[in-house]
Design a protein. Structure first.
Lengths: 283, 261
């Protein structure tokens, strides 16, 4: 006979005041679930890096076709939106810079400001935020709905590791494509600044280009690309983590997709802070 | 009779909730075994243990005499290559065509040339009656066809063990009967050991050689179909005669339940 499981509670004597018990219970439950999340996340990171960087050297071929298809989806297809946004941001930066610099009659330094802030900071972070919105959410939704439809279980039961199958191609694709998109964003942003300066600020285009080239150091561009590379990893891992966390149905997929975008934008900015501080002191 | 799978004292707990309370059973080789039981009796949990998606709290699962509960990922993958699973929702990868779905285990686990894989895929699809649907995506197929495609994928590597999770759930009687015939064919032609988890009685009577019935996490019956029909066990009788469950609360429990504490 099935007994009502809740009835056990009445036979146990209370040994602690209820409020204390509730308080410790709350702390314990929160801590336990936080530790579980931490454990899951580190396991995912560990597995992802193992299947991406270690196992290919142990004879488990990497899925090149899937990587190319992910590159097209995450990289090539976001070229238009990245280009348009970078172009506008270049114009905005030039206008804002001119607003201050014209008081000193130092308009030519618009080129320095646009060039340096785009390559060091805005190029990588804008691209990362656009890609979080496009691809990070898509990763969470894709893996989440596969989890909900037992497809992930099916992969496991066929002896195919879902992380190798699903996450590795995405990680490689973003690690390659995000720096590429960043280069594009830097370039188009500078063009935007150039066009505004030449058209509205009466700066000679040739001197603008010359000034940009003189102001930019190789390290400005390289640090921007290192950031972009790291953001690629962050976006993939967050999307995959949220996707694999799905246990219920469609509603949870939606919720996880939203939190993947929020979490990846947040983490992108945290990593940006970290790298900017690092490069400020060590380059 | 040789056994393909032996389960010994399997106990599973989710937190405080005990799902399987010391299940012991054996599944004969080359036969169709049906694991029967009502909703929430633990049959899906048991299936997840057998295909290695869940690790039990304690107990042993021997597949061909080898304990799988202690195996690591790599060791288990060797066992998995010898089993095929049809999931309840058929679990085809929606981003791949039917042919690519069936080819997936072949591409991942064998070093066969692409033309050979193509031929094998066509053979498997023909076997389940889907030869014209190679280039369709799962979303373009009906429920019954998806299940057939799922079977084609499950048998791609010619497994010794084939698991079915609720094969006829959500299908009309005609399609379900067609699927049952396919299951019988697989057993007779390929001598596979087939394990079907279901609660559909018509299916059970059609396909089973051996029946195991679970109730509340315990085995209440194990035997042939004829023995099942003759069994005097009250839970078996209730199941076969479609009787509703009686109220299990004692009056005191019920009072506490409605009082809310």
């Amino acid at each position: 006979m099935q007994s009502w499981t809740g009835s056990l509670r009445f036979t146990e004597p209370l040994t602690m005041p209820a409020i204390t018990e509730n308080l410790f219970g709350l702390i314990g439950r929160r801590a336990a679930s936080a530790f579980k999340d931490l454990h899951d996340a580190s396991k995912l990171i560990n597995d992802t890096f193992y299947w991406t960087f270690v196992s290919p050297f142990r004879g488990k071929a990497i899925r090149v076709n899937a990587i190319i298809s992910e590159m097209v989806k995450a990289g090539y297809n976001s070229v238009p939106i990245v280009a348009v946004i970078s172009f506008f941001v270049g114009i905005i930066l030039a206008l804002q810079a001119a607003y201050q610099l014209k008081r000193f009659g130092a308009m030519i330094y618009v080129a320095n400001l646009v060039g340096v802030s785009l390559t060091r900071e805005l190029g990588p972070i804008l691209t990362a935020i656009i890609v979080s919105g496009r691809s990070g959410s898509a990763y969470a939704a894709e893996i989440g709905s596969m989890k909900a439809a037992e497809e992930v279980n099916a992969l496991i039961s066929m002896g195919i590791n879902p992380i190798r199958f699903l996450v590795t191609p995405k990680l490689v694709a973003l690690m390659v494509m995000l720096p590429c998109l960043t280069v594009l964003s830097d370039f188009i942003g500078i063009i935007g600044g150039l066009m505004l300066s030449a058209g509205a600020l009466d700066i000679n285009p040739y001197s603008y280009i010359q000034q940009t080239i003189n102001s930019l150091l190789v390290k400005d561009i390289v640090t921007g690309l290192v950031k972009a590379w790291a953001f690629g990893a962050v976006i993939t891992i967050v999307g995959a983590y949220q996707g694999f966390k799905v246990t219920g149905g469609a509603e949870e997929v939606g919720r996880r997709t939203t939190s993947s975008v929020v979490a990846s934008i947040f983490l992108v900015i945290v990593f940006d802070l970290f790298f900017t501080t690092l490069f400020f002191y060590f380059t | 009779m040789e056994n393909a799978i032996e389960v010994r004292d399997l106990i599973t707990k989710y937190g405080d909730r005990v799902i399987l309370k010391g299940v012991s059973l054996s599944i004969p080789k080359g036969k169709t075994t049906v694991i029967l039981g009502g909703s929430g009796c633990g049959k899906s949990t048991l299936l997840n243990h057998l295909i290695g998606l869940l690790k039990p709290t304690s107990g042993k699962i021997l597949i061909n005499g080898k304990d799988i509960t202690g195996l690591d990922e790599a060791g288990f993958n060797e066992v998995r290559k010898k089993m095929g699973v049809l999931f309840q929702g058929s679990a085809l990868l929606n981003s791949l065509t039917i042919a690519d779905n069936v080819a997936l285990p072949l591409r991942e686990h064998t070093k066969l040339e692409e033309p050979t894989i193509q031929i094998m895929v066509r053979m498997k699809l023909n076997l389940v009656g889907l030869s014209k649907f190679e280039h369709f995506y799962p979303s373009q197929l009906s429920g019954g066809m998806k299940k057939r495609a799922g079977i084609a994928r499950a048998i791609a590597l010619d497994p010794e063990l084939l698991f079915f999770d609720e094969p006829s759930a959500g299908l009309d009687p005609v399609t379900a009967a067609g699927l049952d015939e396919l299951i019988i064919k697989l057993r007779d032609v390929f001598r596979m050991t087939i394990i079907v988890v279901t609660h559909e009685l018509p299916s059970v009577f059609m396909i089973s050689d051996y029946v195991i019935m679970l109730d509340l996490g315990e085995v209440v019956f194990a035997g042939t179909l004829d023995e099942l029909k003759m069994s005097p066990h009250p839970r078996v009788r209730m199941f076969l005669e479609r009787q509703a469950e009686k109220e299990t609360y004692s009056p005191e429990d019920y009072f506490r339940f409605i009082a809310g504490n």
